[in-house]
Write a protein that binds this ligand. Sequence first.
Ligand code: ACM
Ligand code: ZN
Length: 546
Amino acid sequence: MNKFFLCLFTLLLLNAELHAQFNIIPQPLEVINTSKGSFNLSDRTPIVFKQQGLGKSASFLNAYLSQFYGFNLKQSKATAQGIYLRLNHKPESSKAAETNHTTGNYSLEVKKEGIFISAATEEGVFYGVQTLIQLLDPNSKDKTLAVPFVKIKDEPRFQYRGMHLDVARHFSTVSFVKKYIDYLALHKMNYFHWHLTDDQGWRIEIKKYPKLTELGSKRKGTITGFLPGNGNTNIPHGGFYTQEEIKAIVKYAADRYITVIPEIEMPGHASAALTAYSYLGCTGGPYKVQETFGVFDEVFCAGNEQTFTFFQDVIDEVAALFPAKYIHIGGDECPKTSWKKCPKCQQRMKDHQLKDEHELQSYFVQRMEKYINKKGKSIIGWDEILEGGLAPNATVMSWRGEDGGIEAAKQKHYAIMTPGNYMYFDYAQTAKRDSLTMPGLTTLEKVYSYEPIPAGLPAQYRKYILGAQANVWTEYMNNPSKIEYMIFPRMSALSEVVWSSKESRDWTSFQSRLKQQFNRYQLWGTNYYKDALENSRKSPAFQGHF
Ligand code: ACM
Ligand code: ZN
């Protein structure tokens, strides 16, 4: 190799190294390599902020440093070299957001004089802290961390960046739910969709209806193997959250700028509630908390006034516990078999001139929407709520592909995209079938390739797409380690889908940055699918199963 090429080669290598040092996920809008050098972060570094609210960001950083590096920072008013968290109070004019208004812009600068994070909002500062965390070497065992000089400007692309967790099929403890919320925070996500009720368990304490948890939170066993199963564990499974625990989780999430959206399923997925209060079903029972999975004919009676009284009472307590603007009312997979045979349901249809049971479901949802709206909240429902007529103010969660989201947006309703073949993290992530999962295949690359704005959606409706979410149904996840295995690294890919600009999405760059993310997973002690990078490319295209 002659001298010139050797020089060029060295330069290229150096350049690659310079750029490779920032392995931030999700990719920020703008990362500027400033001068070479780093800021030494240690327990002697003060953390400086004026506004009380920024204490949440400081606490998160300190908890992270304590847990993973064994030191933390003292708050100080000093103007020495330190970490400065600032609210600059004038929202920076962000690049025209594709969807409605997003908040969370921040800037981060690491230089000789210190680390400066500023934003117009508290959550912006919090996201700046998340980026700072990603500048720390996950492999370092030192009590002094070299934070590379850099200048970053960043903003989220979508206002809804979510993860869902089903705690009905398998219960998750309070401590794991908190850990899960931390995982969201570390990925700059801002919505936690908590699926609290289903056929296999009712998991939220409702004071007026104590049997919901006394009876409805317990089942006698669980099938083994894939549906319909090859046996039963015959091991009782149960668990629920007291209202005090729920308040603690909501606060834990709020401290991380995450809104918790509770899902209370209606009118289907009702077995657990009906086991507790059989008068709410069309036939009166007997019912049981289901030990197997799928869709069941036992649903809430839409002809019985007591059903609405029940749900209004439940919503009263739920609305008081969750400050979120949204309550998710489910609405999916409600067979109409029992309604067809039920005199009360048929009478209701006659009285309201409803032409079929889909319209009866729409009646149910619209009636509950009115009640929820009166409480100052809005409903979200799975895309079945489009059938028989959409409730006037509903937001649609599109799960059976993208059509529901497209249809909702065209009707000028907001939509959140969670299409099964990209956003279902209960599907296998490898064609090798490494564990029991739902039959679909959603590789890491497939998740990464997802574009939340549907290709065919005319431009004037794009603003109705709020963002995207991945769903974690736990039929085949009965312990935290399995949940972690199913969400990582796919959740890291999702974070880029919902946060990073469309232009910056780059699968090659993501794969390279993910290697460092794997080191972070190791630092956190989380389980993850270690072959994701090797297998993602090799996996065949998804074969849908809906
Ligand atoms: C769903 O997966 N049933 C929304
Ligand atoms: Zn009925």
